[in-house]
Design a protein around this ligand. Structure first.
Ligand code: PGA
Length: 219
């Protein structure tokens, strides 16, 4: 049986203490043995990477940690930037090209290419989000098809149509795993797996540990 990937994207929703509470609850309810053939990647705020990593390690959960973005600059006098090198010891994965970053923070193709290059250089595995066939140099761990109309809208993409869109990308974007993202819930998650996706990227439904655990179970 192949592995299913579940990426939980916390975006910029939780305060430090809310993230502490989330972790406290989550380690109580998430089964220590995990779910067979499911790989979970938690992507908290960069400011919460360490507490997330510590909580997961302390509870002996086999869960991976990802960062939601990295800088397109490698290092230097760039106050406030979070570089690939700075997070490489904390996170194993990085989400690149999320539509919220493309829309709000000028993540264009050239920047996305630089970020992929830096992630590859510093050993972060790339989860690339896109809604169209793009072409980049470098190694991609996963590509997530994320129709922007579906992200955070409560209007999920139709699973089979989404899979047909994803199929179009496969010739230009080579990755180990192809994911769906956009208004995934514990009720609809399995329909994406049944339609051929290797996993999902979840935003809103990550924020409640009980619902999130249910979603992972149902994937
Ligand atoms: P959503 O976000 O699950 O809240 O729609 C998806 C995403 O982060 O891309």
């Amino acid at each position: 049986m192949s592995i299913e990937i579940v990426v939980g994207n916390f975006k910029a929703e939780l305060s430090y203490s809310q993230m502490q509470d989330w972790l406290t609850q989550f380690v109580k309810i998430f089964p220590q043995e995990g779910y067979p053939n499911k790989k979970l990647i938690l992507c908290p705020s960069a400011a919460h990477l360490q507490i997330t990593k510590d909580a997961v390690a302390k509870a002996h959960l086999s869960i991976s940690i990802g960062v939601q973005n990295i800088s397109h600059v490698e290092k230097g006098t760039y106050t406030g930037e979070i570089t690939a090198a700075a997070v490489a010891g904390l996170a194993e994965y990085v989400v690149i090209g999320h539509s919220e970053r493309r829309r709000n923070f000028q993540d264009r193709a050239d920047r996305i290419q630089e970020k992929i290059h830096l992630a590859n250089t510093y050993g972060l595995s790339v989860i690339l989000c896109t809604e169209e066939a793009e072409r980049y140099q470098g190694i991609l761990f996963a590509v997530a098809y994320e129709p922007s109309s579906a992200i955070g809208s409560g209007k999920p993409g139709e699973p089979k149509d989404s899979m047909l869109e994803m199929e179009k990308f496969k010739t230009s974007l080579h990755a180990n795993y192809y994911l769906y993202g956009g208004s995934v819930t514990e009720e609809n998650v399995h329909s994406y797996i049944l339609s051929g996706f290797d996993g999902i990227l979840v935003g809103k439904k990550t924020l409640d540990p009980v619902h999130f655990t249910e979603l992972v179970k149902n994937a």
